[in-house]
Design a protein around this ligand. Sequence first.
Ligand code: ZN
Length: 520
Amino acid sequence: MAHAGPQTRHVDLQGRTLLPGFIDAHGHFANALQVVGWANIQRPPAGPVTSIASLQQVLREHVASHPVAKGEWVIAYGYDVDGLSDGRPLDKADLDALFPDNPVMVIHNSNHGAVLNSRALAIAGYDASTPDPTGGVIVRLPGSTEPAGLVMETAFLPLFVHMPQPSEEERLAQFDQAQRLYTSKGITTVQDGATVAGDLGLFQRAAREGRLCIDLVLLPLVLEVPSMLRERFPDFLGKPLEMPQPALDAFGQYRDRLKLQGIKLLLDGSPQGKTAFWGEPLLTPGPNGEANWRGQPVFPPEQLNESVAQLSAQGLQMFAHCNGDAAIAMMIEACRKAGLKPEQDHRTVIIHSQFMAPGQLEQYVELGLHPSFFTVHAFFFGDTHLANLGPERAGRMSPMASAMALGLHCSNHNDFSVTPIEPMRMTETAMTRRTRTGVVLGESERVSAEAALRALTIEAAWQIREEDSKGSLAAGKRADLVILDADPTATAPEQLNAIAVVATLKDGACIYGSLEGAQA
Ligand SMILES: [Zn+2]
């Protein structure tokens, strides 16, 4: 009230709850632009699919509402074999039956792979004679080398070059709908957590044209940095990760709501896809039935060490995707070799920090690394982790209470489009760590509602160096706010996901819902 002036408008929230706008600590805004045109084949509660037949039905309905010509791609997202009641995975024959003349890509819920039909496999050039590429998996039909349909990691990533890209105008037209996915959940700062060269110009144009209503934070993917530099600095002849000064200057400042924050490194795959890199073997076979499977790293350690040394020497903030304890150990070792220390305030973020080995959090403290956790995994994939890892290792997933006790800055994310944008489910799972079947994973790692909310607000702001302007309600900070219809700190965890967003404000302007609704 001390700050109120003649222009100040008073709004009585009538018992509703005002919080700082939520910050997307890790996710993929580029996916939001895409999924608005793809079929949602997630299992409940995120989607409708419970069997191969229901998945086929969703594809039929999608094509009825988004017609495709012969030869055009049909794309679906959110495939989860554990959500199928059939007792077997989806394969190419299930998709060939529906679409003999169209390539089909059913993207795995890890976003690290997809099930392809025969047309798509042919376009990719995969047949019985194709060996698995380094760092990738082509799953085969039982008893043969013929591809079954599912391809993962480096067998999946090159597929996108075969797909016709929508025009820049078509993609710009999706920005409103894509941002609404976030504003409807109270998110006022969103991340594109692995920006590719082809998208950087699109995001910059969208910003210039005033199409962003929320702040968009970009993390260029390390592999894409050389092409981004070549495009913008054709005369530059330095090493690929050594940036000319104007490129370095582009980091850390918003321009028209767009900010380049740091560089994204990718060390392993996904635990539910069994492509994370673990120190000890899984209790279940690998993606191709391998015994003693413990996954594999995306890069050899020498290459990672060199990237970390070059990026840190230039003062670039690093965001490293590490799911398994062996990938986490590789990153710790690379940071140690590069001489990182907490006093440098480098704020290196280990995205996921999912299956940490004992002692690794203490190494984070020693080097100044901070985790962005993924607690909704307990709900969406927790039962799968129990089967693959057993209760002790599965119970160590996203160790938020231990990390907070050590004073680390912990954020929490939903890695959209891997899981739906649901800040309240993130809060719930940080508090309960309960799986779909009701098992609690690592009871001692449960945190309070206040701690869970800090991970979505002030700690997420800290990780992108915005704690002075965002993440708490304080005079002088940006008026990035969300109004909820109930108080999450006074709601039973099981009821949290039913809390609705009444209004979302960015810099004081209402961008979702209405203040009138809040007053009613
Ligand atoms: Zn991600």
